[in-house]
Design a protein around this ligand. Structure first.
Ligand code: GLV
Length: 308
């Protein structure tokens, strides 16, 4: 029996090397090398084509090579076996760094100074204290909580929002649609790190942007489909939003002619906020395979009805 790896985005060489090292007693194969699909017991996957699963008749479990599983749950041929997703695996710190960079870019005026430099303009700009700068995080799972810790450690005022109630000793957490407006109306930067589900698709629309104070910033490290992009563009055009830092877009790669590329208030990065860390991820997969072999339940079991 073997373990197959497929990723539409990652270079498979480093991933395969890390997986094989973490699973020395198993045969780990790049999908291209699989000659007997009926022998594949586990698959480690990112972004597989729709017909990928047709020949995997003996598959026992699927591991997502990422924190998100929308790429799997959207596949209409996904077999009825447990799906596990990466929990942190080094991604949370990377994403927290990215968000801190985005918050500081706006709060410390680094974006504005980059524009000033194009005009050779030496002009200090006013800035508030970190404690007076308010950041709100939509999505308070492992990654959202790590972002919150990183920002509070840097002295920022942080609040969270979740769909369901949660207690947090250190951070005020709003929940549900009824508390969304109260959460949004106090923010200087809104960060989206929600899981992608049917309930969160297009949740960030004109009502969300309208509830933010004028000149707020939006950072998206969740998924492009959380956002109604036409509403985002309208909020940027009107100046209601001063800046958007987008690591994810509804269409990836973002088509060259797309307005978001060319908008003066938008910064785009190509879905790099939380790159999969091969060794830590391979370790989590290996622990999962080991637990399965003794009848246990690996970390990161996905609840398909919840969508993550
Ligand atoms: C990246 O977007 C991931 O889901 O890991």
């Amino acid at each position: 029996m073997s373990i197959a790896f497929y990723s539409s985005d990652d270079n498979p060489v480093a991933a395969l090397r890390a997986l094989q090292k973490a699973l020395p007693d198993h045969e780990v194969l790049d999908w291209q090398q699989v000659t007997k699909p009926a022998d594949v017991e586990y698959a480690v996957l990112w972004g597989v084509p729709d017909n990928f699963f047709n020949r995997l008749t003996a598959i026992r479990a699927i591991f997502s090579w990422g924190a998100g599983v929308d790429h799997l749950l959207n596949n209409s041929n996904l077999p009825d076996v447990p799906v596990y997703r990466l929990i942190d695996a080094g991604m949370a710190d990377k994403i927290a760094d990215y968000v801190l960079y985005g918050v500081m870019g706006r709060h410390r005026n680094f974006n504005a100074y980059a524009r000033q430099q194009t005009k050779a303009l030496w002009q200090p700009l006013a800035e508030s204290s970190n404690a007076d700068y308010r950041v709100g995080i939509m999505g308070m799972g492992v990654i959202g909580s790590r972002i919150a810790t990183r920002l509070t450690t840097s002295g920022y005022s942080v609040a969270g929002w979740k769909r369901t109630p949660t207690e947090s000793p250190s951070i005020q957490i709003y929940h549900g649609h009824r508390q969304l407006e109260a959460f949004l109306e106090q923010l200087d930067t809104l960060v989206c790190v929600l899981p992608m589900t049917e309930q969160t698709r297009h949740l960030v629309d004109h009502r969300v942007f309208d509830s933010l104070p004028v000149a707020a910033q939006f950072i998206n490290v969740g998924r492009g489909d959380h956002v109604v992009e036409s509403d985002l563009l309208a909020a940027l055009d009107s100046g209601h939003l001063s800046h958007a830092l987008l690591d994810v877009c509804a269409a990836e790669p973002l088509p060259a002619e797309h307005q978001l590329w060319h908008h003066p208030r938008v910064t785009i990065t190509p879905h790099i906020a939380g790159p999969t860390q091969e060794q830590l991820s391979a370790q989590q997969v290996a622990e999962g395979v080991q637990r399965l072999s003794i009848g246990g339940v690996p970390e990161g079991l996905v609840d398909r009805s919840r969508g993550y």
